[in-house]
Every structure is written in C-alpha cells, then in structure tokens.
Design a protein around this ligand. Structure first.
Ligand code: KG4
Ligand code: ZN
Length: 320
C-alpha cells in the first residue's frame, strides 16, 4: 500500500511516500526557518504563508523522488494536531482536497505520536510494547506504546518543553534561533561541571525545565558585571545541557524500569543532540534496555513518520 504523508504543523512543509508503513521511497522537506531567524522564533503567519507557497511543489517533489504517480497513491495521511493552527489548516485543507479529487481515504495523524513512529522506519524495527520519549520544541512526553500503535501518556512537561528550554537559554546567551544546535556546538568547548543550575530534585512524575532556564538567566545577569567572554558562554551551555539531558535520561529510564519494559523509542528534534544520544545510550545499556533513536534526519519534522503511522491507523480501522 502506497501512502502519501503530509506534514505542516510548524515551519517545515513536508511530504513523503512510504510503502506498507515501512519503506521510505521519498522524504521531501522544505523549511521556512531562514524567514523566522531574524525574529528569534517561528512567526505563525509567516509559516502559514510559506506552506501555501511551497506545498504543491513539495508534494510533487516527493512523488518524483519516489518514482510514483498520483494514481499509484492508495492513501493520504496528514498531521492534524498539535501545531500552529494556521499551518495545520494548510496541510489538512490540501490533503482533504486531494482525497476528494482522487477519491482516496484520508487519515488524520497526531504529530507527537508520529515522532515516535520515525524509529519504526529503520531497522531493526522496535518491538512493542515500548516506552516512547518525544523531545521536541513543543513537547517533552513519555508514552507507553502498545501493540497496534496505541499511545498512553505517562508523563509530560509542567512548563517548557526541552527544545523550548534550549531555545530560551540560547536567546539568553545571545545566540540565534533555533537554539538547540547552537548550545550543542558551544557545549562541546565548555566545562559541563562549572555551574550548577538545579538546586532541588524534581520528584514529580512530570518534567519541568522553567527553573533551570531561570537559573541560567540569573547566572548570566550576575556574570555580565564582569567581562563577557567565550569561555563562560561555553561553560554555561555545557552545564545547562548536562543538567537538562540528565533530567530527560533519569525520568525516561525510571519509566522503563518501573513498567518493566526494556525497549525505548525516542523521537523529536532534540533527539538529534549527540550528547543526549550518548548519555541515553549509556544509561539504557547499563539497565539492558534496547534503545531505538532514528537517524537525525528522521528526528526532525518530516512526513515519512506521518505516512508510516497513517498506514497503521488505517489498517487498524479496516480490521475492526
Ligand atoms: O521536532 P522539531 O523539529 O519540531 C517540533 O515539533 O517542535 O524540534 C525542534 C526543536 C527546537 O526547539 C530545536 O532547538 C531543537 O528541536 N533541536 C535541538 C537540536 N536540534 C534541534 N535541541 C538540542 N540539540 C540539538 N542538536
Ligand atoms: Zn515535531
């Protein structure tokens, strides 16, 4: 079964052709990031306008790259939540019009769940049930993924998402948007043990990142009285990254152990962070948990994950 996936929840316009929920024939992504950079974050109206401009090109590109014609498509899957309302509207309207014109079924896919499906597009495919961790600009959530792809939310964030915390700390440090890759780059040159931002342990089941971000802000204001230098910028980035990643690793491994599930699937933009991938792998190996983190390209927003999950939702529906 050939599925066309469409993704427009934020600033990436993406389309992909995936066969039987497994084989990625094409994965076309056009980002409008450059248009948002000067504002220090994504501007919803600009994102929506860019989707309108490029969506038909991106879909054609995905079909061409896959060597597929529109007549070969059996199903359309599109992200319908969560995301920027205007951006989602462009993708879902386009998908609805296509499904009507081509007389094809349309499957609505949750963007956060789709991030977890990205790991199932690679080999070895994770077995189910698994624990799923989504770490992105809008979400820090832990799920139990049951067979037939049912997602049960186990933990989420009480305030900022981890990607949002990276972006806000980057802004405090005067770095450009998106902050995650910039922090990661500086952190490589810094001393991760120089600063302590967390003063108390969060024993709550959910994540919280606003305290650590505020602690960074206070430290930067304090240090600004001295001469600003690159060394302390790198040390702050490294110390923040160590503590933020530690929060993620500890809570995720705790959920695997307490639910006695020794498989962990990770997705979302922050999962492309090499430091996080290394730390999570170390801890997972220590507890004999099989870790599945997809290639960096599939961690970021894409439509292959939407097409893949859409296929399973459709199969589940017709089998009922
Ligand atoms: O999943 P994604 O592409 O979009 C959302 O659904 O939010 O994630 C974007 C987020 C941004 O906050 C960005 O700063 C963060 O992922 N990010 C990173 C890295 N690359 C992207 N955070 C930390 N380290 C990275 N290397
Ligand atoms: Zn995303």
């Amino acid at each position: 079964m050939v599925v066309l996936g469409i993704e427009t929840s934020c600033d990436e316009t993406a389309a992909s052709i995936v066969k039987n929920g497994k084989i990625v024939l094409s994965n076309s992504v056009k980002s409008s990031l450059i248009e948002h950079k000067k504002y220090g974050g994504v501007i919803p109206e600009i994102a929506s306008r860019m989707h309108v401009e490029v969506i038909d090109y991106v879909i054609k590109d995905a079909l061409n790259m896959a060597g597929t014609k529109l007549e070969d498509v059996d199903l359309i899957a599109t992200t319908f939540e969560p995301g920027l309302p205007g951006s989602l509207l462009i993708g879902t309207s386009f998908a609805k019009a296509m499904s009507f014109a081509l007389n094809l079924k349309l499957i609505k896919v949750n963007h956060v769940h789709a991030h977890l499906y990205a790991a199932f597009l690679e080999k070895p495919r994770p077995k189910l049930p698994s624990i799923g961790l989504v770490i992105s600009g809008g979400h820090s959530s832990i799920f139990k993924i049951s067979p037939s792809f049912k997602f049960q939310l186990l933990a989420s964030t009480q305030d900022d998402a981890i990607g949002e915390a990276f972006d806000k700390v980057a802004k405090i440090l005067g770095l450009s948007y998106p902050g995650g890759p910039m922090i990661e780059k500086l952190a490589k040159l810094g001393d991760e043990n120089r600063f302590k931002f967390i003063t108390s342990k969060n024993s709550n089941k959910d994540f919280s990142f606003s305290g650590i971000k505020t602690a960074v802000l206070y430290k930067v204001n304090e240090l600004k009285h001295n001469k600003v230098n690159k060394k302390w910028l790198c040390d702050i980035a490294a110390s923040f990254q160590r503590e933020a990643v530690n929060i993620i690793v500890e809570k995720t491994i705790f959920n695997c152990l307490s639910r006695k599930i020794n498989r962990l699937v990770v997705g979302g933009g922050v999962a492309s962070n090499t430091y996080l991938r290394t730390k999570l792998k170390e801890k997972a190996d220590m507890h004999k948990i099989k870790l599945h983190i997809p290639d960096k390209k599939l961690c970021l927003d894409n439509a292959a994950m939407v097409a893949g999950l859409g296929y399973h939702i459709y199969k589940e529906r017709i089998n009922k």
